[in-house]
Design a protein around this ligand. Sequence first.
Ligand code: CP
Length: 319
Amino acid sequence: MNLRSPHLLGIEPLASEEITLILDTAESLAQISQREIKKVPTLRGRTVVNFFVEPSTRTRSSFEIAEKRLSADSLNFSPGASSLVKGETLADTARNLEAMAPDFIVIRHSEPGAPHMLARICRCSVINAGDGAHEHPTQALLDAYTIRQKKGRIAGLRVAIVGDILHSRVVRSNIFLLRKMGAEVVLSGPPTLIPQGIERLGVKVEGRIEAALEGVDVIMMLRVQLERQTRGYFPSLREYFRLYGLTAPRVRLARPDAIIMHPGPINRGVEIDSEVADGPWSVILEQVTNGVAVRMAVLYLLSGGAGGGAEEEIRNPEA
Ligand code: CP
């Protein structure tokens, strides 16, 4: 089995079997990062353009590391030093990059649908690394990998997602993934930051964070996206923390073995207390570690990996 599409544009179009395939493949590839020589020749001769038009620390770095571990050649596109600043359109920039025959374009863009537009005009595989408030599929996949690693399963778990739901691409991808994989999802946040009708995606909404956290297996906190706040969605950051910040007493409302996740970057003292972010429940840095294996798996599978004979190369770095 392999992925049905040559692109990864979102979680919404994926079947649950495809999600499981990506997670299983990531599990095999994770061992490469434990070796002394963290490199296999699987994508030797393939070229990846990392086309990040919005800032990123985790996603961009882990795609770059994943590409290097698979021996791909990477080009890191810097929008500030490109002809985008001279008014070249995204489509023309993409056509020009495509003319140099890359195998993959990994794109992060502030406009929802930008990766889909590239997929229509480019012959290479396009991977969505976050498009506006639409989707962030590799984040949801690494979150799912981390949940499966910690809990042994996803089906049947109760997951609370708390914070700025309105502006979050992470929450949309996670809702699609968690519901497809059989988890129960409850959302909480200020009413102004909860999109109307979100329940249609099969989730429950609780106004009070305490009600949302009651008995859950997983707490996923979302960053307050201060840069996307176009009006006053809540009175102050202090008020936000008082009503929705994750503190140790609130964590104790969840199951005793609950894990705490956050896609990063975290706003300490706004959506999460440092005691919680750095405490024993937190798997935030493990999420970052797992991002490398998950992005390796996505690149590998989109390159035609499954059943293509590369499994042997992964097992044997000398192959
Ligand atoms: N989680 C995430 O997308 O982080 P970056 O913006 O740093 O890539």
